[in-house]
Write a protein that binds this ligand. Structure first.
Ligand SMILES: CC(C)(COP(=O)(O)OP(=O)(O)OC[C@H]1O[C@@H](n2cnc3c(N)ncnc32)[C@H](O)[C@@H]1OP(=O)(O)O)[C@@H](O)C(=O)NCCC(=O)NCCS
Length: 196
């Protein structure tokens, strides 16, 4: 599968992408963008960065080698360097509650559905429509698998991701983490759903 619109290409990842993908994920999920932030915390992040990156690379590599049915890792590249992945997302099968937030207490039936995780765009390539393009390509992939719904989690305080998902048509399915929200002030997790 290869899709090309605007200036980016979306394709399935290969083991050759492992190094770039580990960079994208580590930069996106562990590097603090807060330049004024705690100096000690930034030093610590710089120090553990190679370890985090290595751990992420091992995880990715084992998922690539498992040959699980209905697993995909999509990457985006720019024509300037088609070998360098600048963004990615993964899709797997996951049990999710059938009922919405309101009805969940009455019926906790779980069903297996395609689920997106690890969506990340390298900071240098953000706000150019790359994530949107990856998410639309993910829909095409799961349609080919015979499904018509996609799920994903987002943290309550991840405003960029929430705006993106809302814009593309993902809607709240279940709110999770109410106890740690009320007791510890931790952000809740929202399970989102899109039907197509
Ligand atoms: C969230 C993330 C994937 C968005 O990637 P992106 O390629 O910049 O997103 P896009 O350019 O496709 O954005 C499409 C739309 O989403 C919304 N959006 C994206 N980033 C936004 C931001 N920082 N603030 C407000 N809205 C935003 C906008 O509506 C945007 O359209 P516009 O640029 O025309 O206004 C990226 O910021 C990222 O990698 N973040 C760190 C990892 C992460 O949080 N992943 C999600 C885990 S749930």
């Amino acid at each position: 599968m290869t899709s090309q619109s605007s200036s980016f290409t979306i394709r399935h990842a290969s083991p050759k992408d492992l190094s770039h993908l580990s960079d994208v994920l580590t930069e996106s999920f562990y590097r603090s963008t807060d330049r004024q932030g705690n100096f000690l915390r930034r030093c610590l992040t710089d120090w553990v960065y190679p370890l985090l990156r290595y751990g992420i690379m091992l995880d990715l590599s084992s998922r690539f080698n498992e040959n699980t049915p209905c697993y995909a890792c999509l990457v985006a590249t720019h024509p300037a360097n088609e070998f360098q992945a600048i963004a990615s997302l993964e899709i797997c099968m996951r049990y999710v509650p059938l009922k919405t937030n309101h009805e969940f207490w009455l019926d906790r039936d779980m069903h297996e559905h395609p689920y997106i995780f690890n969506l990340a765009v390298h900071p240098r390539w953000r706000r150019r429509g790359v994530a949107k393009q990856l998410l639309l390509a993910a829909e095409q992939t799961v349609k080919q698998w015979g499904f018509s719904r996609l799920y994903m989690h987002v943290l309550e305080d991840n405003q960029p991701a929430r705006s993106l998902y809302d814009r593309i048509g993902y809607r709240l399915h279940i709110q999770e983490g109410a106890v740690s929200y009320w007791l510890l002030g931790r952000p809740r997790r929202f399970l989102l759903q899109k039907k197509f």
